[in-house]
Design a binder for this molecule. Sequence first.
Ligand SMILES: [Zn+2]
Ligand SMILES: [Zn+2]
Length: 111
Amino acid sequence: MTQKTLPSLTPTGTCWCGYARKVGTGSFFAPGHDKVAEAALLAVEYGSSVAQLLRGHGYGPGHSVSARAVSEGVWLTCTACDYVGAPASVANHTKKAHGAVIGDQAQGADR
Ligand SMILES: [Zn+2]
Ligand SMILES: [Zn+2]
C-alpha cells in the first residue's frame, strides 16, 4: 500500500480553527489553535475517542497504525529497542532512554 497523497493547502491569513482571527502570513493557525481544532474534530466526528478515530480509519488492535507509519517511512523505529515515533521523537527518546549515544557530552561527569 502506498501513502495517500494529501492535497497542498495554502494559508488564508485567518485561523483555520474557524474563528476568523487573523494570523501571520504562512500560518494556518493562531498559536495553540491547531490543537483546539484537532480536539473539536475528534469531539464532533468520533465522540472525543481516539479508539473511535482509529476504528474509523480501519486501525485497531489487529492493525497497528504506528507499524503502518513506520512502513510508510514517516516514522522511525529506535535502533536499540522497539520504540517507534516521528524522527524528532525517536531522537529525543534515544537520548533519554539510551543515555545520549548521539553526541555524548556527559561522559565521565558523574564519577
Ligand atoms: Zn483559531
Ligand atoms: Zn529505544
